[in-house]
Design a binder for this molecule. Structure first.
Ligand code: 0PR
Length: 372
C-alpha cells in the first residue's frame, strides 16, 4: 500500500492486467476443474448481496431465510425431511462439520474413521485436525469401496464411516446402501461425501441409492459451487436432523445470534443468494439438461479416446474420463503444451478430464484432435 492511493482508473486497469493472467472457463481449455463459470443469474445475485454476513445473522435475516431455503431445496433433492444444514466455504468445511459432529457425539477417547482409499484429500486433512485415526478400506475393480473391507475395519473405536458419491479422481459412486447396512448393524454415523456427485446423481436417469432414502445416512456434503453453477464459496452440509447439529454449537454471546454452528465465522450471504438464484431459475429441468449435456460429451470423449487406442481406467459413471497411454505422463505434458489443462493422477498413472458445463462438444472434438 502506498501513502497516497491511485485513481479508480489506474486501479481498475491494473486489476485487468492481473485478471488477464488467469485462465477462463469460457475458453474451454480447463479440463481439470470441478468448478465452472457460475450461471449468469448467480453473478447478478452475488453482486446484490455482496456486503452481507451470515456470521451475524440478526443483521441479515433475509440471508438466513435464503440459506434455509437453499438447504431445504438440497434436502428435498436428497430425499430428506426436516433436515438441518448450512452453506459453507466448500466441501472441505462441509466434511469437517460432519466429522466434528460424529466425533463429538461419542465419548471414545481414540476415535477412528473408516474411509475409502479413494476418499478426497480434505478428509485426511480433517482427520489430522480433529485427531481422528483414518482407517482406509480397499476398493473393488470398479474403484468403489469394498463393503467387506469396511466391515472388517470396524472396531470399538470407530466413530464414523464415510462413503463417496462421485470420487474426485474417477467419479466412482461407492455402494452407499452396503455401507448403510454396516452403519445400522454397528450403530455408527454414516457420512456421504457427495460434494461433486450430489448435484449430478439426482438428475441421472437411473440414480443409484446414495442419500437420505437410506435411513442410516446421517449427513451429506453437496456443493453448489461445483456442478450447482453457484459462485464460490458455496459448499453444502445437510444433516438428517437437528441431533448432530447440536454437537456443533459454539457460544457467540455478544453477536445478534448467541450460537454459531459453522467453522467459518464471518461468511458471505452472496454465494448463498447465488445458489438460490440458480436453483429457482433453472429448476430441476435445467439441471437435468446440464447433466444430460455433460454426460453426452463424456460419452463422445470416452468413445473417441477408446477408438484411438487409449485405455480408460474405468467406464465413466459421472462426467469424468480417466485414460492412459503407453506413456501417460508425456501425453499429459504434450497436452499442456497445446494449452489444455488436464490433471495427471499418479495413483492410477492416468489423465483425468472433468467434463464440466463449460466443456462443450466443440472443445471435446478439439481435445480429441490434439490427443489422438
Ligand atoms: N469432496 C470431494 C469428493 C471433492 O471432489 C472435493 C473437491 C472436496 C470434497 C473438497 O471440496 P472444496 O475444494 O470445495 O473444499 N474437489 C475438487 C478436487 O480436489 C476441487 C477442485 C475444484 C479442484 C476446482 C480444482 C479445481 O480447479 O479435485
Amino acid at each position: 500500500m502506498k501513502p497516497l492511493g491511485s485513481s479508480k482508473k489506474t486501479v481498475l486497469q491494473k486489476l485487468k492486467k492481473f485478471r488477464k493472467q488467469n485462465q477462463r472457463y469460457e475458453d474451454g481449455k480447463i479440463l481439470c476443474s470441478m468448478c465452472t463459470k457460475p450461471h449468469p443469474i448467480a453473478e447478478k445475485a452475488y453482486n446484490m448481496f455482496l456486503s452481507t454476513n451470515l456470521g451475524d445473522p440478526g443483521l441479515f435475516p433475509g440471508c438466513v431465510r435464503l440459506e434455509e431455503e437453499v438447504v431445504d431445496q438440497l434436502a428435498m433433492l436428497l430425499h430428506g425431511e426436516n433436515c438441518k444444514g448450512f452453506i459453507v466455504s466448500g466441501g472441505t468445511e462441509a466434511n469437517l462439520m460432519a466429522l466434528l459432529a460424529a466425533r463429538n457425539m461419542t465419548k471414545i477417547s481414540q476415535p477412528e474413521v473408516i474411509l475409502p482409499e479413494s476418499a478426497h484429500f480434505s478428509l485426511s486433512k480433517i482427520c489430522r485436525m480433529l485427531n481422528l485415526k483414518p482407517v482406509y478400506a480397499a476398493l473393488d475393480s470398479a474403484f468403489r469401496v469394498k463393503v467387506s473391507a469396511v466391515e472388517k475395519s470396524v472396531t470399538l473405536n470407530t466413530v464414523a464411516i464415510i462413503g463417496t458419491a462421485g470420487t474426485a479422481e474417477l467419479g466412482a459412486i461407492d455402494p452407499i446402501d452396503g455401507l448403510a447396512e454396516i452403519a445400522s448393524k454397528n450403530n455408527l454415523y454414516l457420512h456421504v461425501d457427495a460434494a461433486f456427485g450430489g448435484l449430478i446423481i439426482p438428475f441421472l436417469p437411473n440414480p443409484p441409492k446414495f442419500d437420505f432414502n437410506l435411513t442410516t445416512v446421517q449427513s451429506i456434503t453437496v456443493d453448489p459451487h461445483k456442478m450447482g453453477m453457484a459462485a464460490i464459496p458455496a459448499g453444502g452440509i445437510i444433516f438428517r436432523n437437528n441431533q448432530a447439529v447440536d454437537y456443533l454449537k459454539t457460544e457467540t454471546p455478544y453477536l445478534t445470534d448467541h450460537y454459531q454452528h459453522t467453522f467459518v465465522g464471518t461468511r458471505t450471504g452472496a454465494s448463498v443468494a447465488s445458489a438460490w438464484a440458480v436453483f429457482n431459475h433453472i429448476g430441476i429441468e435445467g439441471y437435468q439438461k446440464i447433466v444430460r449435456d455433460c454426460m453426452r460429451n463424456t460419452a463422445i470423449l470416452s468413445k473417441g479416446l477408446t477408438n484411438a487406442g487409449f485405455k480408460l481406467v474405468t467406464k465413466p459413471t459421472l462426467n469424468i474420463v480417466a485414460f492412459s497411454s503407453q506413456n501417460t505422463k508425456t501425453t499429459a505434458e504434450n497436452l499442456r503444451k497445446k494449452g489444455w489443462f488436464v490433471s495427471y493422477i499418479p495413483r492410477y498413472d492416468c489423465i483425468r478430464v472433468v467434463v464440466m458445463p463449460h466443456v462443450k462438444k466443440r472443445e471435446v472434438i478439439a481435445f480429441l484432435r490434439d490427443t489422438c
